[in-house]
Design a protein around this ligand. Structure first.
Ligand SMILES: [Zn+2]
Length: 329
């Protein structure tokens, strides 16, 4: 079948190409409802490529141009290969792998998909992977009633994790970002304090808000070494440092406090958790969204037609107000 797909042809160069998609007996063909642009996609767009080989299984093939890509999407099954047992035409599904979702149709194996929860609207199904990952992090973060929580990075995942912290009964949730509009959005969704780290020293601000003790739980969602260092410095003695981002390049941080202050370090990456674990966790992670406890719609700040993928990628990468950009075939 001939499909239209987004293709990287160089650094900051992306275009729509027509190509033929062949379905094997083990694969499922999905008509894309929408696809999201993720921070990792922006990295690839900018030529920041995760190392491949060794035990790194996320990048299934060596990166090379032209590169078809996209990993956040949802849609409806239109065809299933003869070995496929779990899905049939008409089923609503969430992509959970790098299956080249910037496309009007994409194909995936059973393990690369999750069934969409009954009743979830299709825009949210299409964001099932980033929503599920962020919710998983919030649920596994060990945030307790009465905690002071700091979330470093108010992008899509940070916005969700901050909401989870509020709903789990945090005494105060402190958000840190360099973009005022993201802090405003987070405040409208329950954030207690928004710290603009381009204007205020975030470590001083977090210590001031916690009587000099540091936050009980600090969540790293910005994807930089500086953000991880801030988490490391802003968490209290015996506190919990929650790691969320996928930082693919070498970073330099001082982790002496891990030992000296007996920090608990929790790594919360759902996509890399293993397929069986993922099958168990995805319905659990999407449940609060399905029940209307966590707001996602305000986080979808931009939508573009798939044909305008170049513009969509520029917006996702350069517009400071962009939280989640959707592509619609
Ligand atoms: Zn992603």
């Amino acid at each position: 079948m001939i499909v239209k797909s987004g293709c990287l042809t160089g650094v900051r160069k992306i275009e729509i190409r027509q190509r033929e998609l062949f379905l094997s007996d083990d694969e499922i063909l999905v008509k894309t409802h929408a696809a999201g642009i993720c921070g990792q996609d922006k990295n690839l767009y900018n030529g920041i490529i995760p190392p491949s080989g060794g035990l790194n299984t996320e990048m299934k093939r060596t990166f090379d141009y032209p590169y078809f890509y996209g990993h956040e999407a949802g849609g409806i099954v239109v065809e299933a290969g003869k070995n496929v047992r779990k899905y049939k035409p008409g089923d609503k599904v969430i992509a959970f792998a790098w299956v080249e979702t910037y496309s009007d149709y994409f194909k995936a194996t059973e393990d690369e998909l999750e069934p969409a929860p009954e009743g979830l609207n299709m825009d949210l199904v299409s964001l099932g992977e980033p929503i599920g990952c962020a919710l998983f992090s919030g649920l596994c973060s060990k945030i307790q009633l009465g905690d002071s929580v700091a979330v470093i990075g108010m992008g899509f995942a940070g916005q969700i994790i901050a909401q989870v912290a509020c709903k789990k009964g945090a005494h105060q949730v402190i958000g840190v970002d360099v973009v005022e509009r993201k802090l405003e959005l987070a405040r409208s969704l329950g954030l207690s304090h928004g710290i603009n780290s381009s204007e205020t020293d975030p470590l001083t601000a977090i210590l001031d808000l916690t009587n000099g003790r540091g936050a009980d739980v600090v969540v790293e969602v910005a994807g930089t070494g500086e953000a991880l260092q801030l988490c490391n410095d802003a968490v209290k003695h015996n506190g919990v440092l929650v790691f969320y981002s996928w930082i693919t390049q070498n970073i330099h941080i001082n982790i002496s406090r891990w030992h000296n202050n007996s920090l608990e370090v929790v790594n919360t990456g759902l996509v890399h958790h293993g397929v069986d674990q993922r099958h168990i966790w995805v319905p659990q992670a999407l449940r609060p969204v399905l029940q209307g406890q966590i707001e996602i719609e305000p986080l979808i700040t931009h939508s573009y037609s798939l044909d305008d993928i170049g513009q969509a990628m520029e917006t996702a990468d350069r517009d400071p107000s962009a939280v989640k950009v959707l592509l619609r075939p």
